[in-house]
Write a protein that binds this ligand. Structure first.
Ligand code: SPV
Ligand code: MG
Length: 541
């Protein structure tokens, strides 16, 4: 069903139709989100959003462009306020063709002369078109519309212009007799009595529409009981927006910083949801060729590092300077030159010191487990993602080899001598032969993980702190986290899920039957845990 069919169907249902004004795609979406039945493409709002009076200063094309964005952005039917039809009946004919082909559900035309004046401006020239002329415009709509579902609301301004109730009723009847689908009686009285009286005397089939802007205390149920089928809240999106925006801007101008308006603004993610960024991401996956840019990276850099004392007093390890560049800057360079440009960093301890441009930051509580940190960036895990520790220096060749792998979870494992290295992430793989004395080609080596952790038996390698997740692997990891989240019991080597390391969840994945692959490296990386590691990095780089 298109908009006009949905509006037609809704009109047939009991109860009043609640309609709210909007001035662009986003505000139409907000009207939809709030649960209204239809959007009113308000001439008042659209004019104001261009900072001009509501007085036929914008052209029909300007108004239609705004209304068409509303059709595109919301599933609600859009009822377009078309002022006086932008001229005489000849203009109306072209107006109907243009509005109907843009998917507008209904148009409203008022019996103001061209150029009009907004109904509420006091002390301005106000003239009404002859009743026959306006009835002619209604007939022109009926003769031009391609579908009978495209409806026309005829609006009389007789009460606004002070021409009295009899004139208003006479005009309303003439427009209904000309075939209008609805009649809108407008009023600037502070009480609903005036429109209620009109409704009491109404003796035509066409349902009535009202706009309770000035008689604002009238509720929709009473208006409906009095005879109104459609109630339009015409300009509240615009007016509430001005108020909120003024307040936020005044505060920023005064404080010269913007964190003081956090309570006045929605989070960025809220904006993304409204405007369809999740859908865009899904479409990218469906329709863009896979390639380097389809891979993201997450650097885990939230933890504090007691082992480095003074060096990490004011910064996380990842920001330690190694020969003029931080570890993170080196990581970003290496990832970028392998085609991975979209990099997120989970920060915690001294997060303000992570000042690199071109990385997205997620904040974690530096004292929670690695897995909890990673989950702060869970939104990034909807595609192939490389995950690495923030204290890892590595040869770029390792990343290139990881990019060529196809498994759902692939860990880089060092097969170097494991003696005397406590506290490391040890792995046991299923098919390691161990008989090649360290002489082998990297490309020929891949294996399946059996166990991972700091205290496992029969270890035959060490995980270097870098892994690749396919979209499926990332989903499995997230699902495991969600299943265990909130639980109190131990998770592999961790006392509970909140304290779990990545290795604990990797073990869970293995136990759930997911194949976790490994590729081998023989050196080519170092992690900075101690002052000695740090000195070694300076010496080797
Ligand atoms: C509009 O929203 O532009 C209307 C309703 O026409 S009113 O402003 O109340 O006249
Ligand atoms: Mg208007």
């Amino acid at each position: 069903m298109d908009g006009k069919q949905r509006l037609r169907e809704r009109i047939g249902q009991p109860g009043p139709l609640l309609v709210a004004g909007a001035h662009d795609g986003l505000t139409a979406k907000l009207v939809e989100e709030a649960g209204f039945d239809a959007v009113w493409a308000s001439g008042f709002e659209i004019s104001a959003s261009h900072c001009v009076p509501d007085a036929n200063i914008l052209t029909m094309a300007d108004q239609l462009r705004a209304a068409a964005w509303m059709v595109k952005s919301s599933v609600l039917p859009v009822i377009a306020d078309c002022d006086n039809g932008y001229g005489n009946a000849i203009n109306v004919i072209h107006m109907v063709k243009a509005y109907e082909s843009e998917g507008i559900a209904a148009v409203c035309i008022e019996d103001n002369v061209f150029p009009k004046r907004c109904s509420f401006y006091a002390g301005v020239r106000r003239e009404l078109a002859p009743v026959e002329e306006h009835a002619g415009k209604i007939e022109a709509v009926l003769a031009t519309r391609r579908s009978d579902d495209f409806m026309v609301i005829a609006r009389t301004e007789a009460l606004i212009a002070g021409w009295g109730m009899d004139e208003a009723l006479m005009r309303g009847r003439a427009y209904a007799d000309a075939g209008a689908d609805f009649v809108l009686i407008h009023s600037k009285s502070p009480s609903a009595d005036e429109v209620m009286e009109f409704a009491r005397q109404w003796d035509r089939e066409a349902p009535l529409v009202c706009v309770p802007t000035i008689y604002k205390s009238a509720d929709a149920t009473s208006l409906h009981a009095g005879g109104f089928k459609v109630v339009i809240y015409a300009n509240h999106v615009l007016r509430s927006g001005i108020k909120a925006q003024r307040e936020a801007l005044a505060r920023i101008a005064r404080d010269q910083r913007c964190d003081t308006v956090d309570d006045l603004v929605v989070p960025l993610n809220d904006v993304y949801e409204l405007i369809g960024v999740p859908q865009m991401k899904a479409d990218e996956k469906s329709y863009l060729p896979a390639g380097g840019t389809a891979v993201g990276a997450i650097v885990l850099a939230a933890g504090a590092t007691p082992g480095l004392g003074e060096l990490t007093k004011d910064r996380p390890k990842t920001m330690l300077d190694v020969k003029g560049k931080s570890i993170l800057a080196r990581q970003v360079e290496a990832l970028n030159s392998s085609g991975i440009k979209d990099i997120s960093v989970v920060v915690g301890w001294k997060k303000e010191a992570v000042t690199l441009p071109n990385v997205r930051k997620y904040a974690a509580d530096g004292s929670s487990g690695e897995m909890a940190s990673l989950m702060e960036a869970a939104d990034e895990l909807d595609r192939r993602t490389l995950v690495l520790y923030g204290d890892l220096l590595f040869d770029q060749e390792i990343v290139q080899r990881l990019l060529q792998t196809e498994g759902d979870v692939v860990l880089v494992v060092d097969r170097n001598d494991l003696e005397g290295r406590p506290g490391r992430d040890l792995v046991r793989t299923r098919n390691a032969t161990g008989d090649d004395n360290g002489r082998f080609l990297h490309g020929s080596r891949s294996d399946e993980l059996d166990s991972i952790g700091q205290k496992i038996d029969g270890a035959n390698g060490e995980w270097i702190g870098m892994l690749m997740l396919s979209e499926k692997g990332a989903a499995a990891l997230k699902a495991a986290w969600t299943d265990l989240e909130g639980g109190k019991g131990a998770v592999h080597e961790a006392a509970n899920i909140g304290a779990a390391a990545l290795t604990d969840l990797l073990q869970v994945l293995v136990e759930r039957g997911l194949t976790v692959n490994t590729i081998d490296t023989y050196k080519g990386w170092m992690e900075i845990d101690t002052f000695e590691d740090y000195q070694r990095a300076w010496a080797q780089l």
